[in-house]
Design a protein around this ligand. Structure first.
Ligand code: NI
Length: 227
């Protein structure tokens, strides 16, 4: 499942992230790549310990914690501290690769099994050409390029790439998460059920059927979630 979540960052948060990104001290993106990915990765990243990255990370994690669509679709158990990248100039693309299955945070030594990946676009797509995130789906791939502040959530097992940026620069935040529900089909089913219950409630108010379906949702969570 690919899920586009609009307006994860509002105008105030985007203005703050713009100001922080202007002070960014970019470095070679291969610092966090696995050995296969490193051979095709050519972009810039903020070092994980840089003060700018830390402030940006707080801003993004706060926004994610307030976003019900993100919670419903991801059911996050652990989110790897988000990273920030820049594609442009001579460091402008990332060829086909898969993300490592487990990431270990250098500072905390905490492991995160990467069930889902996300990219949060940080600047206006009119500022650059190219830079689409292409997620292979057996049908030639889906090309994704979203407005600033919008996020794409996708299964971390997908082969994916970032197309060369041929004008301007593409700025984004990306990371991975371990979900409370490991199996993608179970997670998708819960998300579908949750969305349907919310729609039913908004159309018909609190009904007996809505209460029973909510009970089904939580009982499925009880069967499938590990916390
Ligand atoms: Ni990747």
């Amino acid at each position: 499942m690919l899920l586009h979540i609009p307006d994860v960052l509002d105008a105030t948060a985007l203005a703050r992230s713009d100001a922080l990104l202007k002070q960014a001290d970019w470095t070679d993106g291969r610092i966090t790549a696995g050995s296969q990915a490193a051979t095709v990765k050519n972009n810039l990243q903020l070092p994980e310990t840089s003060p700018v990255a830390q402030q940006l990370r707080t801003l993004v994690l706060e926004a994610l914690s307030r976003n019900p669509a993100f919670f419903s679709a991801a059911l996050p158990k652990r989110i790897y501290p988000p990273l920030f990248n820049r594609y442009g100039g001579t460091a402008n693309a990332f060829g086909n690769h898969v993300d490592n299955a487990v990431r270990t945070h250098p500072a905390t030594a905490q492991h995160v099994r990467t069930d889902m990946s996300f990219t949060l676009f940080l600047n206006d797509p009119a500022e650059y050409d190219g830079g689409e995130l292409v997620i292979e789906d057996g049908m030639g791939g889906r090309a994704i390029k979203l407005p600033a502040g919008h996020l794409i959530l996708y299964p971390a097992y997908s082969v994916h790439r970032v197309e060369p940026v041929t004008r301007g620069a593409r700025l984004a935040c990306f990371s991975w998460l371990e979900s409370m529900v490991r199996e993608p089909q179970q997670r998708e089913l819960l998300h579908e059920l949750d969305m349907s219950i919310a729609a039913l409630r908004s159309e018909h108010g609190e009904t007996d059927a809505a209460v029973r379906l909510t009970s089904c949702y939580h009982n499925l969570m009880r069967m499938w979630a590990t916390v």
